[in-house]
Design a protein around this ligand. Sequence first.
Ligand SMILES: Nc1nc2c(ncn2[C@@H]2O[C@H](COP(=O)(O)OP(=O)(O)OP(=O)(O)O)[C@@H](O)[C@H]2O)c(=O)[nH]1
Ligand SMILES: [Zn+2]
Length: 361
Amino acid sequence: MTFSLDASERRARALADLRMGVPVVLDGGDGGALALAAETITPGRLESLRALGGAPVLAITAQRAKVLNAPAYDGDTARVLLPQDAASGWVRALADPADDLRAPMKGPLKMQREGSATLHRAAIALAKGARLLPAALVLPIEDAAVFAARHDLTRLPPMPALPADPAPMADIADARLPMALAGAGRVHVFRPRDGGEEHYAIEVGKPLRDAPVLARLHSACFTGDVLGSLKCDCGPQLHAALSQMGQEGAGVLLYLNQEGRGIGLANKMRAYDLQDQGFDTVEANHRLGFEDDERDFRIGAELLRRLGFSSVRLLTNNPRKIARMEESGIAVTERVPLQVGRGALNTAYLDTKAAKSGHLL
Ligand SMILES: Nc1nc2c(ncn2[C@@H]2O[C@H](COP(=O)(O)OP(=O)(O)OP(=O)(O)O)[C@@H](O)[C@H]2O)c(=O)[nH]1
Ligand SMILES: [Zn+2]
């Protein structure tokens, strides 16, 4: 029995630190790095970083580098050397595309080419995990363990030790819920073991475990589900799925807290602002430095398994959801199309998803 943290607990703690603007120490085994999220950098912390000496770099994704006309020498990652006089505003402006059109000239940017980008890639992954802009300031340090202990910072183990799979989920609480559209149901709250975002499963009726269940993997959309946004089809899809489950008398709706295709609500609002500047939903994600879709659908498969389901009739227009279920061991016996809610204000959005992300019309 030990009280020391395992790799996934350290990672969870690191995410909270980055959101607060606190640096974390990445232990690379031989040598390490100090990492700070670009979004939460303060002038004080930037000054402290510089005081350590060395050459800090801003790690950004290749998607963001392309927008900045900077070469990405490390595949999906690029490393921008921090100029001597760069202030925290410079760091923010490189990471955040809000002002790209008004102030397009961010360069000339000097890129780092030598050395490994492994820790830089890890720092970006952590920023994404913290639902921040995908950019991080990274400074090599010599003895990661000593540095972390001296400054009381969270130290992450060498990257291969960090969990690549979603944390295991536990069914924390469930209760009966009568619903207007679906009738009698039961809501289950699932909590990942690393204390991360909770996800919900709504059972409608009493679905049999030994037959394919009518299922929907719904990703959270605060604007569509709650506010009735006309920019997407999420609200109508949610309601149509519940109605169909109610009509058939059984089904399971997974409400996955993967807002904004996994980038979080703050980043989704940044994407919406870019859409108002003329970019489509995919271009907006790329300008922010994200991929089109950052969701991990294995969470959905895990919840289905926990509830005792092994095969589904999946309500979706997204072939990726079907592929991920099958890869995760959940059989998809049928795709049930879910085409509702098309209107004047979301037609372009739906057409872009069909043209660029492979959604079926
Ligand atoms: N980043 C980003 N996310 C968006 C945008 N519009 C909607 N979303 C998010 O997109 C997700 C839509 O989820 P779903 O409806 O479950 O997924 P889907 O890929 O459309 O697949 P199906 O509806 O099953 O066909 C939600 O997480 C929304 O918050 C946008 O313009 N940008
Ligand atoms: Zn939506």
